[in-house]
Structures are given as structure tokens and as C-alpha cells.
Design a protein around this ligand. Structure first.
Ligand code: KIV
Length: 271
């Protein structure tokens, strides 16, 4: 049963009101209709159709290979399920870095072809013009700073970002740039908790943390990690609420046993 009886839709304004009254924002990823139905029914505030689909749906090592067409496919499946949550969709690598016109065209395709409510893109001052252009077209934009997986080959590792003063200072400046450019919210990924707190307090708009401490205005996790579907992925920031890998593995083994033993289908399971 849903924890939210009302079906009032969450908007970017709702998220701002939540920050203003100190209510935390709960965000999870989803990539398909079935999972998004469960997540939305449970009362999540924001569903992110993350480019982590490249990892958890398609089995790629990084988020770089997923295409705009593939993101639109995932997003339209999620939008059909979401009755209440705000649906935010990642602009994939290569769909916005060229220039602000390319960024706007990609954002328009996502909004038009999937019916989503907002887009997310990675980066700081270097994507300012793109954010301004997308926001001017009436499309809400969520920023993403700290560990930005689309730049993994520049960083070299997935370790915590902005531990050094210079990088922390740059992040503090970048969040202000994104807020000024018109972002309605910013994801902060894998940064020290103290920095997550300082940055969240310095901003009018809400921050959503993943490995960025408890003082962000909201939290996000990749659903497949959070329910234990991702085999062997246990980063420190992850709280795993289920072990679905083991559950499903056990169910599949039981099914195989039943088929081999001609125990399935039984009399009640046939016509
Ligand atoms: O792609 C994704 O799932 C994300 C979250 C980790 C924030 O960007």
C-alpha cells in the first residue's frame, strides 16, 4: 500500500517547498514500467531515469555508451508508470557536451518523446550556457556535481571527490553557478559529508546526495543497488534494503528443479 494516499503530483515547486520547510526529498532511479510502478506506488518523490541504466540495465562498465534514443525508451516506460513522482531524465554522454544548441535539442527530444518532467546533466561552469538555454525553453534542469560518472576517464577512479581544498572550493563555486543558471536542484555525488552540508546550506535550491552525507536536502540511490539486484556492489554509501539477487537466484533454482522433476506444471496449473 502507498504511504501517500493523495495523488497530487510532485513538481519542482513541491521540492523547493520541501527544502523550505525542512522535509527531506526521497529519490530513486527506475528504468522500466514495472519497477517504476512499485516505486511510485510506494510514495517516492522523484524518479530518476539515470544513465546508470547503461550499467545496470545494459551491463556496460561505464555510463558512456548509452544513447539518447535508449534513454528516451527507458524514460517513456517510466513516465507511463509514474502517477505522482516527478520524473527526471539524464541527458546521456555525447548528447549535450558539444554546445548549448545540441544540449537544448537533446533536452527537447527527451521531453517531447518521453513525456518526462525534467532533465539532469553533469558538470559545473562549463555547462552554464547549456543550462540557461534549456531552462529558457521552459525545461527544468537538475545539476550533478562531485563524482560525475560521464567524466570517469578524466578522473581515473570512482573514489570520493573534492577531498582537497582546491576541488572543494571549485565545487562551492560551481553550485552557485548552477543555481544562478536556473537549476531547480543539484545532485551531489560522493563528496565529504561536511562539504555536502556546507554546500546544501549555502544554496536556496535543494541538493540531493548520493554518498554526500545526511545534510543534503534529499537522498538518491540506484534502485538495483538498493534492493540488492546488483551482484557484488557494496560501496560504503549504499544501504541495501533487500537481497533480491539471492531471492531471485533461489526462485530460479527452485523452478529449474520443479521443471526437471516434472513437478511443474501440476494439475491445477494446466487446462
Ligand atoms: O545515473 C544515475 O543513476 C545517477 C545517480 C547515481 C544520481 O546519476
Amino acid at each position: 500500500m502507498s504511504v501517500h494516499k493523495e495523488t497530487k503530483k510532485i513538481t519542482t515547486h513541491t521540492l523547493q517547498e520541501m527544502k523550505d520547510r525542512g522535509e527531506k526529498i526521497a529519490m530513486l532511479t527506475s528504468y522500466d514500467f514495472s519497477m517504476a510502478t512499485i516505486v511510485d506506488d510506494a510514495g517516492i518523490d522523484v524518479i530518476l531515469v539515470g544513465d546508470s541504466a547503461s550499467n545496470v540495465m545494459a551491463g556496460h562498465e561505464t555510463t558512456l555508451p548509452i544513447t539518447l534514443d535508449q534513454m528516451i525508451y527507458h524514460a517513456s516506460s517510466v513516465v507511463r508508470a509514474a502517477k505522482r513522482a516527478l520524473v527526471v531524465v539524464d541527458l546521456p554522454f555525447g548528447s549535450y557536451q558539444g554546445n548549448s544548441i545540441e544540449a537544448l535539442n537533446s533536452a527537447i527530444r527527451i521531453m517531447k518523446e518521453s513525456g518526462a518532467h525534467a532533465v539532469k546533466l553533469e558538470g559545473g561552469s562549463e555547462v552554464r550556457e547549456s543550462i540557461e538555454r534549456i531552462v529558457t525553453a521552459g525545461i527544468p534542469v537538475m545539476g550533478h556535481l562531485g563524482l560525475t560518472p560521464q567524466s570517469i576517464y578524466k578522473f581515473g577512479t570512482y573514489t570520493v571527490r573534492a577531498k582537497e581544498e582546491a576541488e572543494a572550493q571549485k565545487l562551492k563555486e560551481d553550485v552557485q553557478v548552477l543555481q544562478e543558471a536556473g537549476c531547480f536542484s543539484i545532485v551531489l555525488e560522493k563528496i565529504p559529508a561536511q562539504l555536502g552540508k556546507a554546500v546544501s546550506q549555502s544554496l536556496r535550491i535543494p541538493t540531493i546526495g548520493i554518498g554526500a552525507g545526511p545534510d543534503c536536502d534529499g537522498q538518491v540511490l540506484v534502485i538495483n543497488d538498493m534492493i540488492g539486484l546488483t551482484k557484488g556492489f557494496r560501496p560504503r554509501f549504499l544501504r541495501q534494503y533487500l537481497d533480491l539477487y539471492a531471492e531471485i537466484n533461489g526462485a530460479v533454482q527452485a523452478y529449474i528443479r520443479d521443471v526437471k522433476a516434472v513437478d511443474f506444471p501440476n494439475e491445477k496449473e494446466q487446462y
